[in-house]
Write a new protein. Sequence first.
Length: 329
Amino acid sequence: MRLPATVRQSGTAVGSISRSMWSKELERHWCTPMVSAQLLRPFQRRLLAWYRANQRRLPWRKTRDPYRILVSEIMLQQTQVDRVVPKYREFLQRYPTLETLARARTAELRRIWYPLGYNVRPLRLRRIAQRALRDYGGRVPDSYDGLLAMDGIGRYTAGAVLSFAFKQDAPIVDTNVARLLSRYFGLKGQPKKGPIKRRLWELAEAVIPTGRGHLINQAMMDFGALVCTARAPRCPTCTLRRTCRSFPVFTSGVSQGLDPSTRTTACGRGLAPRPASDAVRGGQDSAPRAHKEVPRAPRPDPCGGRGRLPVGLHGKTTNTPHPGRHRAH
Ligand code: SF4
């Protein structure tokens, strides 16, 4: 299916991400006007190869049942993977189908959900189950429109269900994906703000090889959680380092055994080490959430506007780095 307001890869470059599609405002936030095949192809090839060898074994990846995937995605909203896994199993043991969930009693739902928090979620899930029974013949809808019409489902969750359950080439952008895409393609700006947020979604679709959206989406999430992390990206050994526009990112020289004073930009010029305290917690609703980050104050660009590290996605956060996956709606 074609997705709304998106772009697709074509030819030797991501042709549909053309300059003509961009507003001047968007171009001001973007280092590179075109995403060339020289960036795109290695990204896809190396990332998928890395994923084949390093993917996380998670229970919701063993199924394509839309209901089970939907449950996992709702549970993962703002919640770490290791907390979700046992609850995911318990929840599905008690409510194995949409029908059983639709009939669930509120008190029991809340008891089984505890201690995941954000307790409106199980009630939303029940409403989704009831609506699916009433309006969709007892099935989770397989379209953006159908999913977005459900209570508590936003663009991310809809994309995840379409991608992982129905194998549609639907883009997803959570915080891990946003960080990886921003660093790799040299995007700068605030990932939660309009132009950059829009650009991230465009990129998230542009990097999908036809028919393999479910793979590259999972690969990007795992790579962002395990390699291109917020605090200590493993740039020196990263499989994408030769083509990454932000290589190397040093957010914690100690954690990589490197001297923070050697921190450089993609153009090779030095940057002063950032103090550990220059980031604070932040959050957003419908976009990336995994490691909440807030952009730093702008600083002079030693690259003269080229190859500058993306602001707001390269830095340290006050969150404990965790290979978990938090989700937006
Ligand atoms: S080289 Fe560093 S910044 Fe670039 S993708 Fe790899 S880990 Fe992320």
